[in-house]
Design a protein around this ligand. Structure first.
Ligand code: ADP
Ligand code: ZN
Ligand code: ZN
Length: 660
């Protein structure tokens, strides 16, 4: 009787045997429905054997073996095995999560009656490339076989997308498939449109989580069958089966949203590189401000650097950057006078402005000036944010909501103040200043509705808006040619962040923000409101000098012993009861010490958000200059961690963490 070895989505490092009378080796990679305890679960067959190490009376038969969709290939499974081993996440959980949700249903899968219609826009011919673009495109085309990572570093507006399109066309003509990753769901329609304009005959599917379940499976199957030549998607697309994959493009490769921050904590950019390496194909990483890890790889010769140093459109200039002193602390003014004046000028000339502020809501805190009470979340070590529209205090970490109190809960004072600025407050300030202006706020609150972004982008494109008040959602690669002024408020917090990646993030954010200004024929202006105009970060920004900035940051990281000069992993644990998580961590340290040859083990410390959603959180850092040694340590350590695991403590290993 054939016995199948099945991967199940469980927090356990093992596979499960079942009887499957009809199974053949062809069924490896297929879905099965199996009994599990009182339940049924969907699993994936990883091996078909003739026997089992378990006593036969313990082995139950599979309920259904589905052959309705193609099996995952050996190559797909090999890649998923790597993900599981590298991120120290159970294989079953990795394999099941690589399937779209529609294929994980115990009720099975039935195809949709109708697929979403594809609107094919009018074709737009390829522009003649700039010299920089030609050189980059030719270099990529000239590389005909084998693994090669290209780092395409191009200033905003330099036309990186045209270089991608050129390389994609070349690969598709050879009968190969191409995977294109973007960091943000909202960026996929824009890329899709440009792609269809250039290459209307090439079949493309986009894959992201904002799709109906059936639609998503149908698109996934088109990638897996090879029917789709181009697969465009957010980070989850990196796990999609693509049998004739011949090129990978990672746009905005520095973007932190490539890292999944829960469950399987993978970096889609890093996995894309591994996948390219396994398949021996080229990969293009594109950015105006590469991650320092990637930049370092290009400096040390591991990645081939391709530069675009000019804006692509004739006459388009980089914006002028100006630092504006923040209004003095003791005033309640949020927007400095020169910024207001510049906004006024844009209104007079019927041009658009973007006011960038990276905090949604009205104001960060509600405060009692009599007794010092502040609006803290009861379940997190965080302050609740005032949302005036909804008359609520909201915790941005756990989602807790409360009505705004009328009186101070401590002393009864009825004059509570809100301090600090959020998008809603800036919106209110600007409405008062410019009553006739059409002001649009863009943040995750206004974009919570599905498709909200489409309407928002259309309103901005058509010029129905004068001033946009937006968070970083507005910052990423969108093309809004009517914006000629960008003002960034409230950036100082990130200058002195305790996270060693704080200044890297701020720099790239400000470069991206600045890139929104004056992309077309109109020159752009950028104003940054700060109390620290002397800070070297601003100087580099002012000079449009990413390379100088990167060199200084890397030198500091080398001296301080931070990535990319060391490799890190963090054990994160949480429990309702503080003593449970403390004793788990104490044991984890004891277990780590004898295994830690050459690996530095730090003491457990509270997470930056020490309490979240009612749970106490601790973390423990392990680091090593040698990646392989860290990996070997993690493998050994993890086995012990499973042995001491207890039900009340949840824990996870975060390999190459982006947040300490
Ligand atoms: P990036 O992604 O590097 O910021 P894009 O690829 O979005 O830049 O290009 C910026 C703008 O320049 C777009 O409007 C694009 O259509 C235009 N563009 C790109 N390449 C050329 C070219 N060779 N000639 C004319 N316009 C170009
Ligand atoms: Zn009070
Ligand atoms: Zn909270």
């Amino acid at each position: 009787m054939p016995i199948v070895q099945v991967a199940l989505d469980l927090p356990l490092n093992r596979l499960f045997d079942y009887e499957a009378p009809t199974a053949t080796p062809e069924d490896v990679g297929r879905r099965v429905l199996v009994p599990f305890g009182q339940d049924e679960k969907v699993g994936v067959i990883l091996a078909v054997n003739t026997g089992s190490d378990h006593p036969s009376e313990q082995i139950k038969p599979v309920k259904t073996l589905w052959r309705d969709v193609p099996a995952l290939s050996q190559s797909d499974l090999g890649f998923l095995r790597f993900c599981s081993a590298y991120y120290h996440h159970p294989l079953g959980s990795v394999v099941l999560n690589a399937l779209p949700p529609g294929l994980r249903r115990i009720s099975g899968w039935s195809p949709p009656k109708r697929l979403a219609k594809v609107v094919v826009p009018e074709a737009v011919p390829f522009p003649s490339l700039t010299p920089d673009q030609s050189l980059a495109a030719e270099t990529i085309r000239a590389h005909t076989s084998g693994f090669r990572p290209f780092l395409l570093k191009g200033i905003t507006g330099s036309g990186k997308t045209e270089v991608y399109l050129n390389a994609i066309q070349h690969r598709v003509q050879q009968g190969l498939q191409v995977l294109v990753l973007t960091p943000e769901i909202n960026l996929t329609p824009q890329f899709e449109l440009r792609f269809r304009q250039r290459l209307p005959a090439v079949p493309l599917v986009s894959l992201h989580s904002n799709l109906g379940e059936k639609e998503r499976v149908a698109r996934w199957l088109k990638a897996q069958s090879g029917e789709a030549s181009v697969i465009l998607g957010t980070r989850l697309a990196v796990l999609c089966p693509i049998p004739r994959l011949g090129l990978i493009v990672v746009d905005e490769e520095h973007d932190a949203s490539y890292k999944q921050q829960e469950g399987l904590r993978y970096s889609a950019r890093d996995l894309a590189i591994v996948r390219a390496q396994m398949l021996e194909i080229p990969i293009i990483l594109g950015s105006a401000t590469p991650a320092l890890e990637s930049w370092w790889n290009s400096q040390s010769g591991r990645y081939q650097l391709l530069k675009l140093s000019q804006r692509a459109q004739p006459g388009a200039q980089l914006p002028r950057i100006q630092l504006v002193p923040s209004p003095p602390r003791h005033t309640t003014q949020s927007v400095a006078k020169p910024v207001l004046q510049a906004l006024q000028h844009r209104l007079e000339r019927a041009e658009q402005s973007l006011v960038f502020i990276n905090r949604r809501g009205y104001a960060p805190v509600l405060l009692c000036s009599q007794c010092g009470w502040v609006s803290e979340c009861s379940r997190c070590s965080a302050r609740m944010v005032v949302h005036l529209r909804a008359h609520q205090l909201r915790c941005h970490h756990c989602g807790e909501q409360r009505a705004i109190p009328r009186h101070c809960p401590e002393c009864g004072n009825s004059r509570l103040e809100s301090t600090g600025d959020g998008t809603q407050k800036i919106e209110a300030v600007l409405r008062e200043q410019f009553p006739a202006a059409r002001i649009l706020r863009v943040d995750s609150d206004t974009l919570s509705r599905r498709d909200a972004w489409v309407d928002t982008a259309a309103a901005i494109q058509s010029g129905d808006v004068d001033i946009i008040v937006g968070t970083q959602i507005m910052v990423k690669g969108h093309d809004f040619p009517k914006i000629t002024l960008v003002a960034a408020l409230n950036v100082d917090g990130s200058l002195f962040s305790s996270d060693f990646r704080g200044s890297e993030r701020l720099f790239s954010q400000l470069v991206q923000v600045a890139g929104r200004a004056g992309r077309a024929d109109r020159p752009g202006e950028v104003m940054i409101q700060t109390a620290f105009p002397e800070h070297p970060l601003f100087n580099a920004l002012y000079e449009h000098d990413y390379e100088g900035f990167a060199a200084r940051e890397l030198e500091q990281r080398r001296l301080a012993g931070f990535p990319p000069f060391v490799h890190q992993a963090i054990l994160r644990a949480a429990a309702e009861n503080a003593s449970h998580v403390e004793s788990f961590m104490a044991e984890a340290v004891q277990l780590a010490k004898p295994l830690a040859e050459g690996v530095e083990i730090y003491d457990p410390v509270p997470a930056p958000m020490a309490r979240l959603a009612g749970k106490t959180r601790l973390q423990l850092l392990a680091q090593c200059t040698h990646r392989g040694r860290l990996q070997a340590f993690l493998t050994a350590w993890q086995t012990h961690l499973f042995a001491i695991a207890r039900s009340r403590v949840s824990w996870v290993l975060d390999v190459d963490p982006l947040e300490l």
